[in-house]
Design a protein around this ligand. Structure first.
Ligand code: AAL
Length: 434
C-alpha cells in the first residue's frame, strides 16, 4: 500500500516538474520571438508608421508628430515678411507707434484690422521709469494708446480709417490706455476685446483687465459692453494681476477666449518673469466667462495665436517658455502637444483665419497674417510697426517654398547680435553662484 502511494507521489511530482519546465520553455520561446521581432535597423525609406524595432527616444518621438518628415507636416511652415504700405510713422521719431494687430477679417470686399496706436508728443521712457510717466509722457510703447482700425483690399496697402475705441474719461476702465485688441464676429455683430489700463504700464507690472465693445458694423460706432470680462484669478493665482492678448474663437457653439498672463513675481523681480495662457469660455460675448479648470493651458508663447485646425485648436508659441518657437495642437483645445518647431516666427502674430468664427469642425488654417516689430526705432526713439507675414499653415494650399527647412541670414544679421557690452573676453563672464 505504502509503495503504491509513494509511486503515485513521485508520478505527480514528475508531472508537475514537466509542466513547469514546459511552461518556462514556452515563455522563453515567446520572449525569443518578441526579441526577434524587435531586431532590425532603421530603414532607408522613411517609414509612415513607427517600425517595430528598438528605437532611440528621438526616433520614437518622430512618430508623435503629425508626420515623421517635417517637410510633409501641415503644421510646419517658413514665414516670409512684407513691409506694409499706407501707414505713416512720423519719420521714425518715436512719437507714432502701431502694434499688436487684431486678426484681419474680410467684410464686404475689404480686410479690416484693429491695432494699438500710440501718437504721443514724446517717445516712451520705458516701463522701469513708469513712475515718471505723465499725461503726455508714455511709459511703455502701448501706454497712452487708443485702438485704431485700417482697411485694405490686398492685405498689403492699408488705409488708416479712424479711432475705433478711444480712452474713456477718468476713472473709467482704460482711461490711461486701451491696447492690444482682437475681434470676434458673432451672430452678425462685431466685438472688440482689448486691454484697459488704469495706470502707466510698468508701475505695478503690466497690470490690466480686458474690456469689450460691440458694433453692428466693423466701421462702428462701438458701444461699451463691459470691463474685466475675463476675471482676474484670486490673490496668488497665476493670473491674479493681468489678462493680456484676449483672442476669441467660436467653438462648440460658445466663445472661447485665449488670454495671456505674465506671472512668477513679475514685476517685483522681472528676471523671474514667466508667461501662461488661459482659456475662458462663455455663451455670450459679454460674459460671464468661465475659466478652464486646467488653466494655464499653455506655458509658452509671448502672445496668443490660436486657430481652429481640423477638429481641434492649433497655436503658435514664440519667444517665451521652454517650448518657444513651436506650433502645437490640442484636439480638445486645452491639452497641447508640440507639432513642429519653427524659426523666424512672427511676433504678436494675428493670422487671417477665415473660419475663426464659423464654429468649424474642420479648421483649414491660414496662409498670411499681420504681426509687429517692436524695434523699428532706436532705444531713445522707440516705436513699433505692423508688418505682413505669409506662410503655408493651410490645409488647402501646398507651397513647397514654405516647407524648406533652411533660413539663411547674411553674417551681418548674426554679427548684429554681437556680445557688445555683455563681455568681450571669456574671463569677463559672470560665474554661476554655487
Ligand atoms: C504685447 C502683449 C500685450 C502686453 C504688451 C502690450 O506683446 O503681450 O500688449 O500687454 O506686449
Amino acid at each position: 500500500m505504502k509503495l503504491t502511494q509513494e509511486i503515485q507521489r513521485i508520478t505527480m511530482l514528475s508531472l508537475l516538474f514537466i509542466l513547469v519546465i514546459s511552461c518556462s520553455e514556452s515563455k522563453q520561446k515567446t520572449e525569443q520571438i518578441a526579441e526577434k521581432k524587435m531586431e532590425g535597423v532603421f530603414p532607408f525609406k522613411m517609414p509612415t508608421e513607427k517600425p517595430n524595432i528598438p528605437l532611440s527616444s528621438s526616433s520614437d518621438r518622430m512618430f508623435d508628430y503629425p508626420t515623421p518628415r517635417v517637410q510633409d507636416n501641415e503644421l510646419f511652415s517658413q514665414f516670409k515678411y512684407t513691409r506694409l504700405k499706407g501707414f505713416d510713422y512720423s519719420n521714425g521719431d518715436g512719437t507714432v507707434s502701431r502694434r499688436d494687430p487684431s486678426r484681419p477679417i474680410f467684410v464686404n470686399g475689404k480686410y479690416y484690422v484693429w491695432y494699438t496706436k500710440r501718437h504721443t508728443k514724446v517717445p516712451p521712457i520705458g516701463w522701469n521709469r513708469a513712475a515718471e510717466a505723465t499725461d503726455e509722457i508714455p511709459s511703455t510703447d502701448w501706454d497712452l494708446a487708443d485702438v485704431w482700425y485700417a482697411t485694405s483690399e490686398d492685405g498689403i496697402t492699408w488705409e488708416e480709417q479712424a479711432v475705433a475705441i478711444s480712452r474713456p474719461e477718468k476713472p473709467n476702465s482704460g482711461w490711461r490706455s486701451v491696447a492690444t485688441p482682437d475681434i470676434l464676429v458673432w451672430k452678425g455683430k462685431y466685438y472688440l476685446y482689448y486691454q484697459a489700463f488704469d495706470e502707466p504700464s510698468g508701475l505695478k507690472g503690466d497690470l490690466c483687465p480686458v474690456s469689450v465693445s460691440y458694433a453692428d458694423s466693423p466701421d462702428g460706432p462701438w458701444t461699451h459692453g463691459g470691463d474685466k470680462v475675463i476675471p482676474f484669478g484670486k490673490e496668488n493665482e497665476w493670473d491674479h494681476k493681468a489678462t493680456h492678448d484676449p483672442q476669441p474663437i467660436v467653438r462648440n457653439g460658445k466663445i472661447h477666449v485665449y488670454y495671456k498672463a505674465a506671472y512668477n513675481k513679475w514685476p517685483d523681480n522681472r528676471k523671474n518673469y514667466a508667461v501662461g495662457h488661459g482659456l475662458a469660455i462663455a455663451d455670450d460675448p459679454l460674459g460671464p466667462y468661465e475659466k478652464h479648470p486646467l488653466n494655464p493651458v499653455m506655458q509658452s508663447g509671448h502672445e496668443t495665436t490660436y486657430w481652429p485646425y481640423k477638429g481641434g485648436i492649433a497655436t503658435l508659441a514664440i519667444k517665451d517658455g521652454n517650448e518657444r518657437e513651436t506650433i502645437q495642437y490640442a484636439e480638445d483645445g486645452a491639452n497641447f502637444k508640440i507639432a513642429s518647431s519653427v524659426s523666424l516666427t512672427p511676433t504678436a502674430a494675428a493670422p487671417f483665419v477665415a473660419d475663426a468664427f464659423t464654429d468649424t469642425k474642420d479648421g483649414r488654417g491660414f496662409t498670411w497674417g499681420l504681426s509687429h516689430f517692436i524695434n523699428a526705432g532706436t532705444s531713445k526713439k522707440s516705436y513699433s510697426i505692423i508688418a505682413r507675414f505669409d506662410c503655408d499653415l493651410s490645409l488647402d494650399y501646398d507651397e513647397p517654398a514654405y516647407k524648406n527647412t533652411g533660413v539663411w541670414h547674411k553674417p551681418e544679421v548674426y554679427f548684429a547680435q554681437g556680445v557688445g557690452s555683455i563681455n568681450k573676453h571669456p574671463e569677463g563672464r559672470t560665474i554661476k553662484k554655487q
